[in-house]
Design a protein around this ligand. Structure first.
Ligand SMILES: NC(=O)c1ccc[n+]([C@@H]2O[C@H](COP(=O)([O-])OP(=O)(O)OC[C@H]3O[C@@H](n4cnc5c(N)ncnc54)[C@H](OP(=O)(O)O)[C@@H]3O)[C@@H](O)[C@H]2O)c1
Length: 248
């Protein structure tokens, strides 16, 4: 008999093919959860995550679902339930960035950021909670940028992540009576394709960060693992920074 802390739980991780989402999917599977993950443009990477989970003895499924497409998101939730029977843990991780000064920020980019980072999160959450019972977990991957945006050009990205912080507080009130917790993890700079530790902004980011380095996706996955577990049963409505002291 397995004694892993998420044995018998089913998790859906959006944007699980690369970066934070891939590390989160693997970590939840290590903890014993059965994991469905979505992707848009990286089927091969998504398959690699599924294969790694299966090779370690876990169960996983990759689903193509653009978070900007309402029907695709609804379908991903339905496919997860069809394959695994229910959803206990939803990790709203899929997200995109676009950076430009306000005079130059295109409406197309504005609409895309709202569609993926905000509307996609709303739809996935609304659909998933229909299948979630007592002990359910909604975990957002927001950003420290909802509270601190130290460079110009990030206003719309910060806006979307601020929306997630507010949504988290309100949702915790909606879902508390059902025994479902809702929390928002707010990472600082984490070394991924979106924000590489050797990228254009990297030196500036490190100099602002108390620990003077980028975080690793696995460090964020550790926090997801905690919030997904029974250990975090009294944590809800929280916006939790994991930023190496970026906002200290
Ligand atoms: N890295 C950081 O420093 C940092 C800091 C704070 C917050 N965050 C947040 O953390 C989350 C993950 O970021 P990351 O750094 O891991 O980014 P990443 O390296 O760019 O990976 C993004 C992941 O999301 C998926 N994705 C992108 N657009 C999608 C869409 N429309 N529908 C479904 N999936 C989509 C990608 O899938 P495909 O491979 O199929 O494209 C990929 O798996 C985002 O919400 C981001 O805002 C990141």
């Amino acid at each position: 008999m397995s004694t892993k802390k998420l044995t018998d739980k089913v998790a859906l991780v959006t944007g699980g093919s690369r970066g934070l989402g891939a590390a989160i999917a693997k970590r939840l599977a290590d903890d014993g959860a059965t994991v469905a993950l979505t992707y848009t443009s990286s089927p091969q990477k998504a398959d690699e995550v599924v294969l790694a989970i299966k090779a370690a003895g876990g169960q996983a499924l990759a689903l193509r679902a653009d978070s900007a497409n309402v029907e695709a998101v609804k379908n991903a939730v339905a496919e997860t339930v069809k394959a695994f029977g229910r959803i206990d843990i939803l990790v709203n991780n899929a997200g995109v960035g676009a950076f430009a000064l306000i005079d130059e920020f295109s409406l197309d980019d504005f609409d895309r950021l709202i569609a993926v980072n905000v509307k996609g999160v709303f739809v996935a959450t609304q659909e998933a909670v229909r299948h979630m019972g007592e002990g359910g977990r909604i975990i957002m991957i927001g950003s420290v940028n909802s509270d601190i945006m130290p460079i110009a050009g990030g206003s719309v990205y910060a806006l979307t992540k601020g929306a997630i912080a507010s949504f988290t507080r309100g949702l915790a009130r909606d879902l508390g009576p059902r025994g479902i917790t809702v929390n928002n993890i707010q990472p600082g700079p984490i070394d991924t394709d979106m924000n590489p530790a050797d990228g254009t902004f990297a030196d500036r980011m490190k100099s602002i960060t108390a620990l003077q380095r980028y975080g690793r996706s696995e460090e964020v996955a550790d926090m997801v693992s905690y919030l997904a577990s029974a250990e975090a049963s009294f944590v809800t409505g929280a916006n939790l920074k994991i930023d190496g002291g970026f906002a200290a």
